[in-house]
Design a binder for this molecule. Structure first.
Ligand SMILES: Cc1cc2nc3c(=O)[nH]c(=O)nc-3n(C[C@H](O)[C@H](O)[C@H](O)COP(=O)(O)OP(=O)(O)OC[C@H]3O[C@@H](n4cnc5c(N)ncnc54)[C@H](O)[C@@H]3O)c2cc1C
Length: 417
């Protein structure tokens, strides 16, 4: 094994190459019969496996170029969100929104529709304005809304199918500060008030342990400039890890352990530069499935899944995460039908998850959900066609730029060959 994803559930034996220049990258692509790019390997689906080589752009030379109007920048695609948002901050700029963590590469995050939370905020793919790609023949091409527009539309959420992105033009906003507030609230109250909170707050989300009666509510608001936040304590994380290990050892204890966990003090406040407040540390490994539900059935779907888990006393050790994302017009985006409620179901990586996820997925699908492409799902080619009217056009673009299927792997062949 030469490579494993973040959760350890996907491995590959293909060599991982780390080109330092675009010329080296081009030679590597031209010479290989099968190529997949990898960023930080944070996807739970087998997106980065390859029968040939895996290409990682982390070591590639490159700089960020901010446009004269300061509304966009061209950014090396292999930069992590952490590196990128730090560099933007030094320029007085920022991404309008971010997800829960920041080690992901820019290309990987955009390539899977990674998102944060916020009524008016789309996923990260919506920030892309153009791409420089190394195609299957090793040559560089540029695409944007006017140059090769079909390739651009497909590449906005690419799953790595259209070439290796070396540079991405990204829409930016002026740098801003955020105040984070984390508090424990009764689930019944948040169930009632959530839509109102979505209207009030720039960002709102909650975490719900399926066997507990309260939620961890997180809101982020604009605030006045202030210093970076002090580093957070890891006591909570240590307690959580301890309870998870106990639960993995004796699964029937999980409902009681979750209620105990929710008795601990979880309230917290932080303020600071937005890019320092958006991400959290995730040191406990988990496996994840996420379904993007039509906004109006999000809470009802969560109710149904949680009621099923409680009725059967199922050992789901991790909390659900509930967020909202604005609609977009990207061909393969799960948000292209309207705004969504994103329901993430996690399981401790040391515990079984396949059976639980399969049963929950049936509930998500019944309620009209579409999965996050990077997180566990079992869509077939037929499902993709049913859920995405533009799927065949996406495949047509893929066939035109990569007729021999150099950028396909087994999982991608099943869905997009
Ligand atoms: C702890 C954790 C927290 C997470 N939090 C969130 C969250 O808050 N919101 C959310 O939506 N998701 C979240 N995710 C999912 C994560 O954002 C996605 O899996 C994302 O794709 C990871 O980026 P990556 O750089 O690791 O990409 P990888 O998993 O390495 O790759 C993802 C895809 O991008 C392609 N790719 C990578 N680089 C290139 C390139 N240069 N050119 C072309 N294609 C490329 C790959 O081939 C692959 O298809 C989380 C995952 C983890 C493990």
């Amino acid at each position: 094994m030469s490579w494993a994803n973040w959760s350890g559930s996907v491995t590959a034996s293909a060599p991982v190459l780390r080109p330092k220049t675009e010329a080296e990258l081009s030679v590597a692509v031209r010479g290989a019969h099968n190529v997949r790019a990898v960023g930080a390997g944070h996807s739970f689906m087998p997106l980065c496996q390859s029968d040939g080589v895996i290409l990682c752009l982390e070591d590639m030379a490159g700089t960020m170029t901010v446009s004269p109007d300061r509304k966009t920048a061209r950014i090396p695609a292999g930069w992590s969100i952490k590196r990128l948002t730090g560099a933007l901050w030094d320029e007085g700029l920022a991404l309008a929104n971010q997800g829960d963590v920041n080690p992901q590469s820019l290309a990987g995050a955009m390539g899977t529709g990674t998102h944060g939370t916020g009524r008016d905020l789309g996923n990260l793919s919506t920030f892309a304005r153009g791409f420089r790609l190394i195609g299957a023949d090793g040559a560089a091409v540029w695409c944007d809304a006017t140059t090769s527009p079909d390739l651009f539309q497909a590449q906005r959420l690419s799953l790595g199918l259209f070439g290796i992105a070396t540079e991405i033009e990204v829409e930016l906003v002026p740098a801003f500060h955020l105040a984070e507030r984390i508090e424990k609230r009764p689930w019944g109250e948040i169930r009632e008030r959530f839509d109102e909170l979505v209207e009030q707050e720039r960002h709102v989300e909650f975490w719900l342990f399926p066997h507990a009666d309260s939620v961890i509510l997180k809101t982020l608001r604009h605030c006045d400039p202030c210093d970076p936040p002090a580093s957070t304590s890891d006591i909570e994380e240590a307690t959580f890890r301890h309870l998870l290990n106990l639960g993995a050892w004796v699964p029937p204890l999980i409902p009681t352990l979750q209620r105990m966990m929710m008795k601990t003090n979880m309230d917290g406040r932080r303020r600071g530069p937005a890019h320092a407040i958006f991400p959290s540390d995730r040191t406990i490994r988990f496996e994840e499935m996420e379904y993007e539900m039509p906004r109006k059935v999000g809470l009802e779907t969560l109710d149904t899944v949680v009621a099923w888990i409680r009725r059967k006393r199922l050992p789901v050790a991790f909390p659900f995460e509930f967020r909202v994302v604005a609609a977009d017009d990207i061909w393969m985006s799960p948000m292209n039908n309207g705004p969504v409620a994103a329901i993430s179901m996690h399981q401790y990586a040391k515990m079984p998850w396949r059976g639980l996820f399969a049963d929950a997925e049936a509930i998500f699908r019944e309620h009209g959900g579409r999965p996050h492409w990077a997180k566990r799902h079992t869509l077939t080619r037929g499902d993709v066609d049913l859920l995405y009217p533009m799927a065949e056009r996406y495949r047509d673009v893929r066939r035109s730029v990569d007729p021999a299927g150099k950028f396909l792997n087994r999982h991608m062949t099943e869905l997009f060959s």
